[in-house]
Design a protein around this ligand. Structure first.
Ligand SMILES: [Zn+2]
Length: 340
């Protein structure tokens, strides 16, 4: 019996040394240690042994079993390691990646224009103030003398939130707020987003930008207005620029004018861009503040006069940078922005 066990043990070790994969290993485990395995079968015959010999043989069998188990376990570890190595080699992926250079954004020419205008007017003694984009109908229309039947008050022209609130249609309500809160004298500009119901095309957008200026003081005249705007236009576009004032009507100024400037493409010589007129039309609107508007804001119109002007910054930016489609200003396409 002891010899038999020894033989089984040696045979098992010998066979195990030749194992080259996990399947063979498992087959051998079954062959020796399985329910019908060689070792198991021998142990079943233990009962036939002399009771004295049983513990000795039992101990021997156990130690052979242990030896085989340990051998199997160490081979299994080795094979597992190899399998893992092969798999890692096979599944190796290159996790290094060429990454695009970090692209920095670029200042939108519209913002650049607003900042330039604010700097310019600040240097002329104006204070920059801001107002809300959601305004009261009172500040946006009534206080500015805009009659109830004025077309701009129509629901088809303006984004109403409810009967009392709307998305401001111009930056003028900021002037109202300033006059109501600060009184006279006053010298302010305000730039920001404004909204009107408009279909989008290359020159129209339901959201656009305005800058407005207001001066209220004693003895303020139309001459002051024209001088201020002349300085501003020359600073912004160049010393060769001329301005032209055409009478116009706004509810909140009297008299009112629209301002044309020299065509920036030909500097007034006449070209295809300006239909050979030499003028860029309607760059801004202006006028003397209507006395009723001053009174609406609690300012004594007998003592004070004022002038106001307003311009579309989108249009000024387009003229200044030679941009032919307003939509380009809002798309924030870096390829476009990088050009300025
Ligand atoms: Zn021209």
């Amino acid at each position: 019996m002891k010899e038999k066990l020894d033989k089984i043990g040696q045979g098992a070790i010998k066979e195990l040394e030749k194992v080259s994969d996990l399947k063979e290993l498992e087959d051998l485990r079954v062959k020796y240690l399985g329910k019908r395995g060689k070792l198991t079968l021998v142990l079943r015959d233990m009962g036939k042994l002399d009771p004295k010999e049983r513990p000795i043989v039992g101990q021997m069998a156990n130690s052979i079993r242990k030896e085989i188990e340990e051998k199997i376990s160490s081979i299994k570890d080795k094979l597992d390691e190899e399998v893992k190595k092969i798999r890692l080699e096979k599944e190796k992926i290159d996790i290094t990646m060429t990454r695009e250079k970090t692209r920095l954004g670029h200042k939108n020419p519209l913002i650049a224009t607003i900042e330039e205008l604010e700097d310019l007017f600040t240097s002329m003694g104006f204070t920059v103030i801001e107002g809300p984009e959601i305004e009261t109908v009172e500040n946006n229309f009534d206080a500015l003398n805009t009659p109830a039947n004025h077309p701009s008050r129509d629901h088809s022209d303006t984004f109403y939130i409810n009967e009392d609130l709307l998305l401001r249609t111009h930056t003028s309500p900021v002037q109202i707020r300033a006059m109501k809160e600060m009184g006279a004298p006053l010298r302010i500009i305000s730039a920001g987003r404004t909204f009107r119901f408009d279909d989008v095309d290359d020159t129209h957008s339901p959201m656009f930008h305005q800058l407005e200026g207001l001066v209220v003081d004693e003895n303020v005249s139309m001459a002051n207005l024209i001088h201020t705007l002349d300085i501003f236009i020359k600073e912004l576009f160049g010393a060769g620029m001329k301005t032209r004032y055409r009478p116009h009507h706004f509810p909140f100024t009297e008299p009112s004018a629209e301002v044309d400037v020299s065509c920036i493409s030909c500097m007034g010589q006449g070209c295809e861009q300006c239909n050979y007129t030499g003028w860029d039309m309607e760059l801004l609107g202006c006028g003397m503040v209507h006395p009723q508007v001053l009174e609406n804001c609690g300012i004594d119109s007998e003592k004070y006069t004022g002038f106001a002007f307003g311009m579309g910054i989108d249009r000024i930016t387009m003229v200044k940078y030679g941009i032919n489609d307003i939509r380009l200003l809002f798309e924030n396409d870096n390829r476009f922005l990088q050009q300025f």
